[in-house]
Ligand binder design. Structure first.
Ligand code: GDP
Ligand code: IMO
Ligand code: MG
Length: 423
């Protein structure tokens, strides 16, 4: 069974936790897009791990973890993650596979990311990890791929060419001194040497697993509304975070995908700038942020918080082909007297039941809410579905009616055990 897991909102839905849990039954976990802008948290045995590039299934010793061609890899960040795992005595030899074709994030991508942000009239609020500039180079056909780090001649040609053009841009547009060739060249050849044991033709490898009927779990990063095409453009990331990206980013054809699971928080959060129709006012946002520890796993930035947005989730179900939802952080809603769910938006006398494409409408529209009763009790984190407060079960069933999709997994805490598989 090959399953794609995608974020149904703006990222940080708890994908890492759900991937870790599902990894117990998978043979291979593959990241297919994004880069170290992702921060996926897994809490296992009381210890917190945050993964940026390495798939969140790595803690299960019997799994193969793969970084597909669609990912942009910052080798420095990857090496740091590998060292972190090694410090915890988690071995990855023989079970980490990195695509030859994945693009490499270079120091100039990261600096350009920051400089571009500073120049924009309306900042995106990127993670500063060089994601946009690296994907731009990929599309512009001047990117450097992992396999190039293994061939000194090819790397030299590509890097010289890139630096020639980029240094002019750095100097003329950004008044930045630019980058020298030699030390960067040596450093990246070094990364090549270090990462060579893991690099392979992942397309052939993964398709062989498919032929052998192994179970592959595709780990989406970011979320549906950060997708370059379908997200709240231009306040998005630069990759295809929706389920279609799983095929492009791995070389597995669409007919091999059996199921798509969406991960959604029981409310909504967003890091960075951009429209957010159901956003709370500043005071309530701060209250929920502290309750739900809503601070970015990559940058530590405070996450903006808001009500569950049914308009968005329905669009996410449509775009991704979601058949089941894993609903996370239900426990954070403990003790709220009432909860709101957006059913539609209203702008200039018009009602929008679907996500408006017009940026102005999306920015200014006011949600039409359904209000349901909250629960006073604290969710019993060791309990099952029947032990959930009655109003929590009611909230879930209202969401199910709205989405017409089963909430198959309910997460009620960050630990593995704090998870309910709904019968
Ligand atoms: P991801 O990017 O989608 O993997 O999500 P992040 O790891 O960035 O953010 C989710 C945060 O919520 C992490 O700190 C998780 O440990 C935590 N978390 C996940 N599920 C739950 C839950 O059900 N309840 C609570 N309280 N925390 C959760
Ligand atoms: P995970 O996988 C939440 C956001 C940034 C910014 C926009 C563009 O942990 O869910 P980028 O650096 O990608 O060019 O930034 O996208 N963003 C995320 N927000 N979770 C993420 O990943 C994100 N990755 C990028 O905050 O608004
Ligand atoms: Mg995250």
């Amino acid at each position: 069974m090959n399953t794609v897991l995608v974020g149904a909102q703006w990222g940080d839905e708890g994908k890492g936790k759900i991937i870790d849990i599902l990894s117990g039954r998978a043979d291979c976990i593959v990241r297919y897009q994004g880069g170290s802008n992702a921060g996926h948290t897994v809490v296992a045995g009381g210890k917190e791990f945050i993964f940026h590039l390495i798939p969140s299934g790595i803690l299960h010793k019997g799994t193969i973890c793969c970084i597909g061609n669609g990912v942009t890899i910052d080798p420095a960040s990857l090496v740091k993650e590998l060292d972190g795992l090694s410090d915890c005595s988690i071995g990855v030899n023989g079970r980490l596979k990195i695509s030859y074709l994945a693009h490499v994030i270079m120091p100039y991508h990261k600096v350009l990311d920051t400089l571009r942000e500073a120049k924009r009239t309306r900042r995106i609020g990127t993670t500063g990890r060089g994601i946009g500039p690296c994907y731009a180079d990929k599309i512009n056909r001047c990117g450097i791929r992992m396999v190039d780090l293994l061939n000194p001649r090819v790397l030299e040609d590509k890097l010289r060419d890139n630096l020639k053009e980029k240094n002019e841009i750095f100097k003329k547009v950004y008044a930045h001194p630019g980058f020298g060739f030699e030390s960067m060249y040596r450093q990246y050849l070094g990364f090549g040497k270090r990462l060579k044991p893991y690099m392979c033709d992942t397309v052939v490898y993964l398709n062989r697993l498919v032929e052998e009927n192994k179970d592959i779990l595709f780990e989406g990063a970011q979320g549906t509304f950060l997708d370059i095409d379908f997200g709240t453009y231009p306040f998005v990331t630069s990759s295809s975070a929706t389920s279609g990206g799983a095929c492009i980013g791995t070389g597995i054809s669409p007919d091999k995908i059996d199921k798509v699971i969406g991960v959604a928080k029981a409310y909504t959060t967003r890091v960075g700038e951009g429209p957010f129709p159901t956003e709370f006012n500043a005071r309530f946002s701060e209250f929920v942020r502290n309750k739900g520890k809503e601070f970015g796993a990559t940058t530590g930035r405070p996450r903006r918080c808001g009500w569950f947005d049914g308009v968005m989730i329905k669009e996410a179900i449509l775009l991704n082909g979601i058949k089941e939802i894993a609903l996370t952080k239900l426990d954070v809603l403990d003790g709220l007297p009432e909860l709101k769910i957006a059913l539609a938006y209203r702008y200039k006398g018009k009602t929008f039941k679907e996500l408006p494409s017009d940026f102005e409408v999306l920015t200014r529209a006011k949600p039409i809410y359904k209000t349901v009763k909250g629960w006073n009790e604290s969710i019993d984190k060791k309990g099952g579905y029947k032990d959930l407060p009655r109003n929590a079960r009611n909230y879930i069933s209202v969401l199910e009616d709205l989405c017409r999709v089963k909430m198959a997994i309910i997460s009620i805490g960050s630990a593995r055990e704090e998870t309910i598989f709904v019968p």
